[in-house]
Design a protein around this ligand. Sequence first.
Ligand SMILES: [Zn+2]
Length: 301
Amino acid sequence: MKTLLGTLFLAVTSLSAFDYALKPVRVTSDVHCFFGKPEIMDKTNNGNIVNSCYIDAGEGYVVVDTGPSYLYAESAYKAMKKIKSLPVKLVINTHIHDDHWLGNNYFTEQSIRVLGTDDFKVNADMSEPTRMQTYISPEAYAKTKPTMPTEMISSDTNLTIGNQTLELKIAKRKAHTAKDMVVFLPKSKVLIAADLVFNDRLPSLRDGDINGWIEALGDLDKLGALHVVGGHGNRTDKDAARMTREYLTQMRSEIRAAIAEGLGIDETIKKVSMESYKQYKLYEQTHRHNVEASYRVLEWE
Ligand SMILES: [Zn+2]
């Protein structure tokens, strides 16, 4: 009996005790970020494949993206409180992919504002089970409830929170998704570029448009950021967008050349293999789909 109770106790505590054990990385004195692994979500990484950030606004934090689950959001905030014990004043969701916002209900249950674009109304997948729920462990997904932003915007907006001005900029057209929002801090020249910037793994064009994405990166360049934090990958200097820009630009010109030669989609996928990008993580999982999605856009030019 004693052993059975002991086993039950262990089972219950290990179920409730899942901990992402997230460690914040200092980007600038006012921005810390959590950097996910360059992997596809699974039951080992439990969705810790994405970046999220905390902006210190003096009187409180602004959180940019809430990660793949409730427990991720909780672990991140716990770690930030050790750096400086501040309340969260505002949460921002950069776009609708669920690795970026499934931690929302950790904040909404404390009545904290969550701001996203109106694309959530149109394209966010609020179904049960979510993609994340399907691929990560139930222990890691515990307490997660897909929760929409409490406020939605449709155009560029400047906000003042504490001692920070936040410039929220929305890509002019479909880029990585139908509406991608970035956060620029003019004071420290930090750009939280979300999934318009990937490095150390290949970007995903699954819901995007190659032309809009390249154009959006050009617009981001004009901000003059000194620190650029992408949605995936841990490079944060001012050239952190380089791999994404070069990859997309080379892919576009190779696909255009293939189309001009009269090649069909299958031949183009074979031809535009861009071997030098095999060194990046997720090449096998994403590259071919990226070429296919881009071909379908570029063949109409
Ligand atoms: Zn995304």
